[in-house]
Write a protein of this length. Structure first.
Length: 328
């Protein structure tokens, strides 16, 4: 195999570097970098679902796998650290086949209709055909998913694809949990745990296909340890966790991201001064996020910044002051 002459170098934070080859191109990266980072250095993208720059990689989705010479198994690019003289192939037949199957299994069992366009792009790129597993089986009582027991999986109806279909959990006014859209990427669990919030209100319950995200004893959110920071919503890649405001607008078919503007401002509630990103449609705030690349908040907020914005657009009713959200 020919190694291309181009050598790519980083602005190094340490003196130690690792040389490796990615798709025939030589790359030098700081020791401790991931294969994904090395791929980025030579302009090679890898699809990701469970990876998030602000979270510890958990290798849950396996859509980023690459082929490493000398390794029996494909390795996750988002988590595997580079080693000297590694030879990586990101677009081999084996890699494409694996990514395609992962995407097919996910798309056949999970409702991805709220997922970003990028995810549909992955399905198209790898020619994923989830329909080959049969039409979705929604007959096996999704209501039971919160109470499944290890070893008691209900078999799927013959010829139908098993799904995680279930009704959305609407138990508070701030956000909705619709686990029929959940790909079990673990991001919300990590954000609620040691990577951000340290509240541990949610975890993975069940085993195998019955594994699912749950509060303790499947308690409704108001009865759980949740503090409504919404940091789980911020990292959810499929829309399984969304603002109640977004949910209601989607139900009313008025949600339209093309008509929305985004404006950064500072949270008015305390001296920390988190950056808020206001998503505004028709001159009304429809949700609030925070930039992931902000070096103080890393996309995280507390309940006040995330959800305490209704007062802005209720001013007219309460005071007679003309309604305004400061954007247009
Ligand atoms: S809103 Fe915050 S506390 Fe509640 S489940 Fe999500 S991350 Fe955990
Ligand atoms: S709810 Fe969202 S963030 Fe949590 S595991 Fe499911 S897809 Fe991932
Ligand atoms: S993005 Fe690497 S395993 Fe999910």
């Amino acid at each position: 195999m020919t190694v291309a002459a181009t050598t790519h170098r980083l602005h190094l934070k340490t003196n130690r570097t690792v040389d490796l080859t990615v798709d025939g191109q030589h790359v030098r990266v700081p020791e401790g970098s991931t294969i994904m980072k090395a791929c980025q250095e030579v302009g090679i993208g890898t699809p990701t679902l469970c990876y998030e720059q602000t979270l510890t990689p958990v290798n849950a989705c396996r859509v980023c796998v690459v082929e490493m010479e000398g390794s029996r198994a494909l390795v996750p690019a988002c988590a595997r650290k580079v080693e000297p003289d590694m030879v990586i192939w990101t677009d081999s037949e084996r890699v494409r086949h694996s990514r395609k199957l992962v995407l097919e299994l996910l798309a056949s069992s999970v409702d991805l209709s709220y997922a970003p366009d990028e995810v549909q792009g992955y399905l198209d790129h790898y020619d994923a055909r989830p329909e080959r597993f049969g039409p979705p089986d929604t007959s096996d009582g999704a209501v039971h998913r919160d109470h499944t027991q290890a070893g008691h999986h209900i078999p799927t109806t013959n010829g139908y694809a098993a799904t995680v279909a279930q009704p959305p959990k609407i138990d508070n006014e701030l956000y909705i949990r619709d686990y029929s859209r959940c790909i079990l990427c673990y991001k919300c669990v990590e954000a609620c745990g040691v990577d951000a919030q340290n509240t541990f209100a949610i975890a993975v319950a069940g085993r195998g296909f019955d594994a699912h995200i749950s509060t303790e004893f499947a308690a409704p959110l108001p009865d759980s340890a949740c503090v409504y920071c919404g940091n789980c919503i911020a990292v959810c890649p499929t829309g399984a966790l969304i603002f109640k405001s977004e949910y209601d607008m989607r139900q009313a078919e008025t949600w339209d991201e093309e008509r929305q503007t985004e404006t950064d401002t500072i949270c008015p509630y305390c001296g920390v001064g988190c950056t808020l990103r206001l998503h505004v449609q028709d001159n009304r705030i429809v949700k609030v996020t925070s930039p992931m690349d902000h070096d103080v908040t890393n996309g995280n907020l507390c309940i006040k910044g995330r959800f305490g914005w209704q007062f802005v657009q209720n001013r007219a009713r309460d005071t007679g002051v003309e309604e305004s959200v400061g954007t247009s």
